[in-house]
Design a protein around this ligand. Sequence first.
Ligand code: FAD
Ligand code: NAP
Ligand code: SF4
Length: 676
Amino acid sequence: MTIHPHLFAPLKIRGKVIPNRMVMGAMHTRLETMDRPYERLAAFYAERARGEIGLILTGGHSPTPEGVIDQESPVLNNESHLQGHRTITQTVHDAGGRIVLQILHAGRYARVPECVAPSASKARINMYAARAMDLDEIWRCIASFAHTAALAKKAGYDGVEVMGSEGYLINEFTSAITNQREDDFGGDAERRMRFPVEVVRAVRAAMGEDGWVVYRISAIDLMHGGMSAQEVLELARSVEAAGADMLNTGIGWHESTVPTIAASVPRAAWVSAVRRIKEAVRIPVIASNRINNPDVANAIVAAGDADLVSMARPLLADPAFARKTRLGQGKNINPCIACNQACLDAIFSNATATCLVNPRAGRELDYLSTAPAEHKRIAVVGAGPAGICFAIEAAQRGHHVTLWDAANQIGGQLQMACQVPGKSEFLELLRYYQTALDHPHIQLKLGQEVHADVLINEGFDAYVLATGVLPRTPDIPGIDHPKVLRYTDVLSERVSVGPRVAVIGAGGIGFDVAAFLTEDAHESTDLATFSQIWGVDLNFATAGGLLPAPAQMKFDSPPREVVMLQRSPQAMGKNLGRTTGWIHKAKLRRANVKQIVGVTYLKIDDAGLHYKIQEATHVLEVDHIVICAGQISNTSLVSEFQALGVQPHLIGGVFQAVELDAMRAIEQATRLALCI
Ligand code: FAD
Ligand code: NAP
Ligand code: SF4
């Protein structure tokens, strides 16, 4: 008997059964740009099917060349593509899964010069301006959706999903922001909805009686002047009448100025918008966005907010999410921490998606876990993410690992990351690591600072150092002044910080420390606060679901005056995550954090921090100066080993501190564990 019964009620649609209510949402992975693309995609999806996910939605395939997300994104518009797709469908079906191909026309988001839209316009997030489609073109485009659907059916897909949200072409037709036409496809709400209705009708006909048609509707545009709540419900009923079997939901447009899936968005934040749709139609409705745990997913179905729950990134993080849920092993689920670092940020940098917490995601053909020639006794020093991930993976291969840390708790620097507002999902990761380390082949020894001679005397077969990093101490006169604090002191809450603070350094940690010092609560996890901060209209009274601008981003009294400084003259935050950096910057703007670039630090004394910009000197009269000036590798053990003639393996920060993040530490650890 499962502890999540609502997730395990089967659902029968058009005679075919979806065995549980968990759906892997569509993700653009760019795996098709790698070697052996179809084999790779087949392995990627099949691993999720073996993990018992109820339904898989593929990444988007454009029906036309001008509808692609970018030049390298897939098009499905002729029979020559079918053989590769059959490899995918066959492999997934053999693994016991069901798979639906998403048809996505990117409209004015297509990063190609030929991009088209209902009306001529340019999206803020695209360098190319879109040309307006003429009437013939619109009808041809509708036919191309149907053609792609027919090809998908021939390739063996169980159905198709028509992508109608996120600000892509169909959503552009439904919204008055992007549709200024005055013909059959624009003018009033009914004519703006005609395009999706005709698409669904044509796709329905192409899929015949047994193919599923899912329509992904924009539940809330999060754009000023977007669809009204009433229009969303009318559209839902219209596509149902046109032949959709299920409604999936999308939240916001890609150019919205409200975070929709980042870690700072409360879990299941958008279910009230989904519930309204469910109440308006009879077909099953799928909830999506910021649902990353079985309890939350089960509660959504139990409450009747939706019939199914879509989780995309959580299936990158743990392909066996559904199976572990069925077995009541929720604690063994490797959680998606909503960081976007290895998935969305990678995609927006034209790289391929993987996952910070699971570097095997999308690399199923490369990261093969084979039995080692001999089972070794391995000593690992450092229980930060590098040491932990090495230990877990090596133990799973049969090695015997002893893992030491000087601290009384696991996690290394991640313990500090958890303290940052909007990063509490790291706690879930630490909780998972604690469970995974409870393995018969792992001995965990906390609160013990170890040295090379002791370890070597114990005679291990291999030594792995994961001793991480230490904060860099910049060479500024007065750096030992009592006003000076390290970020480690601040984030471990070992000191109390005064009301006026200067932060030296504006990398990821400088931004995190500034957020920590200025958010009154450590995190605004409740929906009301989140909605107030970002101006979301949870009463759905405004078109697009946003409150008028003046109500947004209000912050009456930031608890501290914080000034961030850096030596480089460039704007701060250039190296923050591509899809999340803007959120961090917006939060600090809201808290009136001042940013000063191009400085030379002169000295620190009782008056505060002295610096100059060009030849003008200034003093920041502050209570504390927090140093966030990067890190150096913690190599003292390396020298000890080398002095004794033993060469240890180095992973994570001790290997290289520059541009270190948890993603690199975990990836390097996993690779070593798979070959040692
Ligand atoms: P560490 O995490 O530094 O762990 C090293 C461990 O070794 C420590 O626990 C230490 O106690 C132990 N150790 C050292 N010497 C000895 C010894 N002689 N004996 C026993 N034990 C020893 N990264 C991201 O990717 N995304 C983020 O959002 C992010 N946010 C961050 C926010 C903050 C505030 C901070 C501080 C860091 C953040 N990072 C983030 C960076 C990330 O935490 C580090 O890159 C990562 O922890 C490095 O992993 P590691 O295992 O190499 O080293
Ligand atoms: P960082 O990103 O390298 O930033 C270091 C900052 O310190 C820079 O602003 C730099 O600016 C300044 N600095 C460097 N040397 C200095 C010196 N000698 N004197 C004074 N200032 C100096 O490092 P970090 O902020 O410590 O972050 C460490 C890693 O953690 C990062 O690589 C990042 O990937 C990861 N992290 C990621 C996130 C995330 O959200 N993804 C969050 C936190 C941390 P100037 O040289 O211009 O002064
Ligand atoms: Fe989730 Fe981060 Fe992995 Fe993306 S990279 S799937 S956001 S944990």
